[in-house]
Design a protein around this ligand. Sequence first.
Ligand SMILES: [Fe+2]
Ligand SMILES: [Fe+2]
Length: 265
Amino acid sequence: MERYLNKGIKQVIIEFPAVGSILDEYNIGCTLCGVGACLLKDIVEVHNLSPEEERELMGRISKVIYPDRVVEIPVTQRKNGGAGAGEVKYSPPMQGLVDEHTVIKRLLAMIPFIIEDMEVSRGEDRALVLGTVDFIRSYADRYHHAKEEDILFKEFDENLDIIKVFNEDHKIGRGHVKAVIEALETGDNRSIKEHLAGYRELLKGHIKREDEVLYPWMDRNLSTSQIGRLFAGFINVDEQFREVRAKQGAFVKTLEKKYKYEEVK
Ligand SMILES: [Fe+2]
Ligand SMILES: [Fe+2]
């Protein structure tokens, strides 16, 4: 078992696909994660399972890997006890990021309406796509993702697989936006729709994993002085992006009104 605990989860799932289904049952979406380089032993720590859940999960996984043997399962050493998943209480700086996710999710919810009957040769449709790109670039990327990359992730070892996974998603997102801009130039309607829809799918999963896995794990591992440093750093960025926040907040509201979409509070 020790050998598999130190293996990348993606490799384990390729060898034993049933392990992927078991993890899915515990809402550990490794099968959906693009990188999947986390080690099997890290999964428990990162997802904050209770000791009972951990024993049960590891027992089931070991039965898949070694169907004919009784395997002794090592107990995972974890920081701060590992109380198990439950109501998440974020630190103040992390709560700020979660609140920004709410604004981004409201924009993501508008994308299907924007692309439904979009015809880029129509001025109004083109303006909507440009507005969406502007939101993504200024609010989601230069404001929110930069806070994560330049301040939050810097408090951790950036070679950690879990950090690489989230950085990689940001890069893929930028690729979608670049493709939308190129398609706007060539008037490629289909490509604009494809990449905006792709961005929405990517970010929906990314935000869910940050809210449910990454941020709670980070909060458990940050010291009080690190939280204080994050708080101060974020206030600074919030101040610099005051106008962007106001402008993009208003843009989302305009879309919600246009499509008669009930505002997400
Ligand atoms: Fe992120
Ligand atoms: Fe985020």
